[in-house]
Design a protein around this ligand. Sequence first.
Ligand code: GLY
Length: 442
Amino acid sequence: MPNILLVGNGAREHAMAEAIARSGYSPILFSFMKANNPGIASLSDICKLGSYSDLSGITDFALDNKIDFAVIGPEDPLNNGIVDALIQCGIPSVGPVKSLARLETSKSFTRNLVNKYHIPGNPKFKVFTTPDGLEAFLEQLDGIVLKPDGLTGGKGVLVQGDHFKSRDEALKLCRQILKESSSVIVEEKFDGEEFSLQCLCDGKTVVGTPLVQDHKRRFDGDQGPNTGGMGSYSLPDHLMPFLKASDVEEGLAITRQVAAALLKETGRPYKGVMYGGFIATKDGVKLLEYNARFGDPEAMNILPLLKTDFVDICRHIINGTLNTLKIEFDPKATVCKYVVPKGYGLPADHPDAASSRAKIEVGNVRKARLYYSSVDKKEDGLYLSSSRAIGIVGIADNLDEARIIAEEGVKAVKGPVAYREDIGTQALIQKRIDHMKKIRMS
Ligand code: GLY
């Protein structure tokens, strides 16, 4: 019976906790969370609350409980060096050391690495630490994307057409970003369809998992502000209907080359999840960004489908033997819908903003799975806590059934909440297919 430490407190980690808890090895689960997630707590033998920057608090908890290995959910503790601190105590982790977590925490590191090792997928880009030369470079781009260099919770990227219109506005925004961040990455904007390819990596071997598409925008029809992700779907064939088989191969090939480049560059094996955010364009697959962890919500699409024991996967990642393990997923469709406070993503002075800390009731979600995210469990019940509250997942033989199961589950959450009805609908997916067809013909 292994003692496993899980660090993290979101719906992604609730899905990870569930994958650990159903292992045939009957693990004892210890959870370190910055806020109490009732779902993770119910699956854990012992929980500790604390800050992800309190590295000795986490290592003491691990040592006191004779942890065999840790699994790190979110990017913040990775960025703080939790894996390095645990290694110092003789405890291995599923999650990269701080220097390798730069794959996510420094967008300039990744762009430069991809260029240095002649890996395909980068856009035309430049990293600026001062405004010098910005204007001339902006002139060279037809569409512009601006990225502050650091962790932004998935919400820091500014895209021309969505967040600003003109080159002049881009220039002003760059100057603003440079006041708050050490550098800004200015990139060419791609037109295409995005997909998430979450890969498992032991430093040498990279294994792809079912493709997922997330929905960043707050409202139906891809309207409104960007969020951490309002929901996602995957299909029984583990592909996306707007992609060609070669697109998936390209994404996987890029990730394999990046894993090899990381090893060569740093001398250390990347152990954990390499989650590539890719976009299929008329010129093939391009790399938007990497995350050094499972996606949230995307983890909720793939982990419940795992047929292989998650503890075996973790052990093979740690031991560098992923090449000897067959990793299988159920051929099912999944639809995840995030239930959020009505005011989520809206300005603080919006009338719905007050809903963000209201009480909610969770009834019977029937055939759906429920993963808690930002909720506050008080003595008198469950409260929203300003961010995405509950991930509801439908799993079935086809997408429509999975969507209906998720919808039924969502309806069981009562209170001032909202969700995206269109995620997982044929109409929205057809829009993606038509968009991609048009792009490929142009
Ligand atoms: N789904 C977006 C993220 O996990 O960053």
